[in-house]
Each structure stands twice: as C-alpha cells, then as structure tokens.
Design a protein around this ligand. Structure first.
Ligand SMILES: O=P(O)(O)OC[C@H]1O[C@](O)(CO)[C@@H](O)[C@@H]1O
Length: 429
C-alpha cells in the first residue's frame, strides 16, 4: 500500500471523460521523464543514487558545525532555502527548538536592511558558520547578503574565516563557485541536471536540515520509497500522476486557483515551498493554476468566508498527516462557566480533526472541489516522501498543461529590469 493516499469529492460522471486526454498523455511523458537524457531531472534519482560517502560528508560537516557553533546562517533565496526551512519548521518542536541541533537562521531571501542588520547583531557573542547556497551563484539577494556576512565572518574569525564558510553551488560554473575555489571554502555541488526548486533533497536542503537536528537518513528513506512507488506508469497506481490529472481536470473546468490547506501550523513553510515549486514550474505561457495556501483553523477566520461563499475560482487540496508529535487534552472544569465541559473528553488533535471534517463538508456543500492528500505521520520519513511526491506530480502536471516544468523565463524578465535600474541609479548618484 502506498505511503500517501489521494481522494476527491468530485468523483462525478464527467470525471472519466474530462480526464481522458490527460490519461492518454501520461505514458509518453512518463517515458520521457524516465529516459531523461540531458534533461534537468536529476532529482528523480538523486535520493536513490546518493552515496554513503556523500551522506557521510554532509553528516560530518553538520557535526563539526554543531560542535563549534551556536548558529548556522543559511544564505539563499527561493529553491535555495525554502525546502530546508520547510522541513525544519515541519519537524522541529514549536518552542523547545534545537534539541538535537543548533539554531539555523535564514538570510538573503529579502532586501530588508533592518532584517540583515538585526541578524548580524544577533550573531554578536555567538559562534557561527555560514552556508551560502545559490545554484546560479549570482542571485542578487543572496549575493549581497553573502558579501555582508563574509566580511563579518572575516572580522570575527580572521584567518580561520574560510573554515567557517561552506558554499553550495553549481557543480560546474558561476561566481560563487569561483569565489569558493579562490578562498578555499568547502563546497557542495548542485548537479547540473537539478534545478533550484527541485534541489531540496540534495546537499542544498540536507546540510541545514541535519544541522537543525533532523534525521536526514529518514528523510532520504522516505524520498527513496516515493522514488520507487512513483515509478509506476499506471496513473491508477501512481498517486503523483493522479494528483496531476485531478488538478489539470479542475483547471480545464475553469478553476484558476489551487488552495493548499493544512491544519498544522508547522506546515506553513511546506506551503511556501509548494508555492514556488508549482508557481515557477507551471505559471508560464499565460497558463497555470495560481498556487495559494491557507493554514486552518487560523485562516477559517479570514479566508474561510471567501472559500465558502466567494467567487468560485478555486479548489482546495487538503494536506493531512494522521499522527502528529504531541497532543493535549481539554481539561475538565468544576465551574464550567465557559460551558466547554462537553469537550473535556476530547484532545486538541481530535477537535482539529473534527474541524477538518466539518470544513471539508461545508466547503463541499459550498461547491468547492476538494482533493485530499493523506499521510500517516508527520515525521522525517513522510516529509521526504511528500516532497518527492510533489516534485514528481509537478513535473507531470506541467507537461500535461503543456509547459516546461524546469525553466522560469518570467523571473529573468524582472531580474533584467531590476539590474538595468540598479545600474542607472548607481551611476546617477
Ligand atoms: O539558487 P539561485 O540561483 O540563487 O536561485 C534562487 C532562486 O531564484 C530563482 O532563480 C528565481 O526566483 C529560482 O528559480 C531559484 O530557486
């Protein structure tokens, strides 16, 4: 039995007819992905092909960082930080952080002067390492954050600074690669055939995640399991392909927005990672579902009204883990002045489940199509499985839509304008 189940509320008479053309395209896309000659699909086999030496190197450097530092500062943006942060937030305790690891801070994903000033100040009196991550090696946000932090590391550690800087970048080219080489920083290579948003389960995500105290072996086990289970060509037996079909069917029926919904706040950055994965992979050639997210029950008190009753442009994908780390019972009260004793035999998680069921029922009645993705347990194994599942589903879904899942031409357009403006502004003053 698969480690992930997928169900829908729209198993209607039209489904088979609407899905037909997508089902028919699956075998050829599947074969194309599997053959993958010269394609940026290295992530498909990365978890299975990762060698013991590669894993040991990540674990050894992670242990060195944990021994010698209080903080790891990760510098990166988009696919170079979202996956690690997502895993870390999903699997770390909410308040008693860093039990088996150290604090991991992220920078270089915005241009706030306040943010970087306060981050540098927070490093005073604390020992730290830097892990600068950039596939291209020249993204503006991460490059200038690295300039700041590199200088600060040199001020703090002098000749020993290079020992505390680790660069994760393209295996062949780029400015960061040149700098790392010239300065003698240790390097992790991002394979040429793995793009940024598909790179979490390589050293890009694994080093920061290991430093934060999460079991990367279990994470990789889950991803490997998914790689095996989702090699199946038959969509009936491949949940990633089923998900890809369902979302394309709904898009073809006129739905414009997919709302990924979860009931565990720690999944907030899994949502952010998912948004980049699907947004950059599918949003092109004037096509693509707009990927948006909600965290319930919080957002039932903000966007819930719109989902239930507003413009019917969206469908919901509920992401749910049956078992989560801990639970808390509602206490019995002799006074019962808040009239909540009727709940006192229930736990928070049980009530959360009932909220989920109630929300799905209400939104279904409101006419919202719903896809449910269910996994057994919120742990490293299942997060590894889920991320692989989403990547494979995304590649299939984009090809079914008729776009290239692996480029991002629209991002280049704003970068070009921004660079032109920066040149004009800096030469004018
Ligand atoms: O890893 P890099 O090359 O710094 O890129 C960071 C992010 O910027 C983008 O190129 C554009 O947003 C993403 O595709 C990528 O994940």
């Amino acid at each position: 039995m698969s480690h992930l189940q997928i169900t829908t509320n729209f198993d209607d008479s039209r489904l088979e007819a609407d899905a037909l053309k997508y089902r028919a395209s699956i075998p050829s896309i599947h074969r194309f992905l599997e053959e993958k000659v010269g394609e940026p699909t290295g992530w498909l086999d990365a978890p299975v092909e990762m060698t013991t030496d590669q894993i040991d190197r990540i674990l050894n450097i992670s242990n060195e960082i944990k021994r010698n530092a209080d903080v790891l500062v990760v510098i990166g943006v988009g696919g170079s930080y979202l996956g690690a942060k997502a895993i870390q937030e999903a699997l770390s305790p909410y308040f008693k952080k860093h039990e088996n690891g150290i604090e991991v801070l992220y920078v270089g994903y915005n241009l706030s002067g306040t943010y970087i000033k306060q981050l540098v100040e927070s490093l005073e009196n604390r020992e730290f390492y830097l892990n600068v991550i950039s596939k291209s090696g020249s993204t503006m946000e991460s490059s200038i954050a690295f300039r700041v932090l590199r200088q600060y590391t040199q001020e703090r550690y002098g000749l020993k600074a290079a020992q505390r800087i680790i660069a994760t970048t393209d295996s062949e080219k780029g400015v960061l690669r040149e700098i790392a080489h010239a300065q003698g920083y240790r390097q992790f290579d991002i394979p040429k055939n793995i793009g940024g948003r598909y790179s979490t389960l390589t050293s890009v995500g694994l080093l920061p995640v290991a430093v934060s105290g999460i079991d990367i072996l279990q994470l990789l086990e889950g991803a490997k399991r998914a790689a095996i289970e989702l090699k199946e060509m038959n969509a009936e037996k491949n949940t990633a392909y089923l998900y890809a079909i369902y979302r394309n069917v709904l898009h073809s029926r006129g739905y414009q927005v997919e709302l990924l919904a979860s009931f565990e706040p720690g999944l907030r950055f899994i949502h952010e990672w998912w948004k980049q994965l699907f947004g950059e992979s599918e949003g092109k050639d004037k096509k693509g579902l707009f990927p948006a997210t909600v965290n319930y029950s919080t957002d039932l008190h903000s966007l819930g009204q719109y989902v239930q009753d507003g413009n019917p442009i969206l469908f919901e994908t509920f992401l749910h883990f049956k078992d989560v780390a801990e639970d808390f019972s509602i206490p019995y009260s002799l006074l019962d002045d808040d009239r909540l004793n009727y709940l006192s035999k229930k736990s928070f998680n049980e009530i959360n489940q009932i909220y989920k069921k109630g929300t799905i029922l209400a939104h279904s009645e409101g006419g919202v199509p719903i896809i449910q993705i269910d996994l057994k347990r919120l742990d490293a194994f299942h997060i590894g499985y889920l991320m692989y599942f989403f990547m494979k589903a995304c590649a299939m879904s984009a090809y079914l839509l008729g776009v290239d899942p692996f480029d991002q031409p629209g991002v280049e357009a704003y970068k070009k304008k921004m660079t032109e403006l920066l040149v004009v502004e800096t030469t004018a003053n």
